[in-house]
Ligand binder design. Structure first.
Ligand code: 5GP
Length: 173
C-alpha cells in the first residue's frame, strides 16, 4: 500500500476511552449478564479490549458481516458471512461495531437481531462518522466522533491491511 497515514486517535486515547465505555456499560446494567455481539472483522480488537473492561458475567458472540468489498466507499450492501452460534432471546445485548458511517450496516443488523427477541439491544461503536448518515440509528455508546475521513487501524482495514495498528489513522491514497 502506497498511501500515507496520519494518526487521528492514539493508542493511549483508545485504551482510556474503551475502559470508560466498559465501566459505563456495567454501570448501566449492574449485576446483569450481558452479551457482546462482535461485528467481524473490524471490531475484533475493540471487543477484545471492551470485554476486559466490563466486570461480571459477559458472553461474546461473533457476527460476520461483509461490506465495502475492499474499497473506501460504502456499498450499503450487508452480507452475513458468519451467524451467531447461540440464540440471544431474553438477553441484554450490546452490538459492537468498529465504525458507523451511513448507518446502513448497523440499521440492518439491529433489525435482524431484534427479530430474535433480545431483552434489550444497544449499539456500541468505537467510531462515529455522522457526516454521511443516511439512516437514523441510536448509538448508546460512542468512543469517538470523527470527521468524514477514511480511517484504518485498531481493527479497521483497507484491503485487509492495517488492522494491526494499535491506533486509528487517516489514510490518504
Ligand atoms: P455504514 O454501513 O455505516 O456506511 O458502514 C459501516 C461499515 O463500513 C463499517 O463497519 C466499516 O466496515 C466500513 N467503514 C465505514 N467507514 C470506514 C472507514 O473510514 N474506514 C474503514 N476501514 N472502514 C469503514
Amino acid at each position: 500500500m502506497n498511501g500515507t497515514l496520519r494518526t487521528l486517535i492514539s493508542e493511549e486515547q483508545i485504551q482510556a476511552r474503551v475502559r470508560e465505555l466498559g465501566a459505563r456499560i456495567r454501570a448501566d446494567f449492574p449485576d446483569q449478564p450481558l452479551t457482546l455481539v462482535c461485528v467481524l472483522k473490524g471490531s475484533f480488537l475493540f471487543v477484545a479490549d471492551l470485554v476486559r473492561a466490563i466486570s461480571g458475567e459477559v458472553r461474546v458472540e461473533f457476527l460476520g458481516v461483509a461490506s465495502y468489498h475492499g474499497g473506501t466507499s460504502s456499498s450499503g450492501v450487508v452480507k452475513i458471512t458468519h451467524d451467531l452460534r447461540h440464540g440471544i432471546e431474553g438477553q441484554i445485548c450490546i452490538l459492537v461495531e468498529d465504525i458507523v458511517d451511513t448507518g446502513l450496516t448497523i440499521d440492518y443488523l439491529v433489525r435482524m437481531l431484534k427479530v430474535r427477541g433480545p431483552k434489550a439491544l444497544h449499539v456500541a461503536t468505537l467510531l462515529d462518522k455522522p457526516d454521511n448518515r443516511e439512516v437514523e440509528v441510536e448509538l448508546s455508546y460512542v468512543g469517538f466522533t470523527i470527521p468524514d475521513e477514511f480511517v484504518v487501524g485498531y481493527g479497521l482495514d483497507l484491503g485487509e491491511l492495517y488492522r494491526n495498528l494499535p491506533y486509528v489513522a487517516i489514510y490518504s491514497p
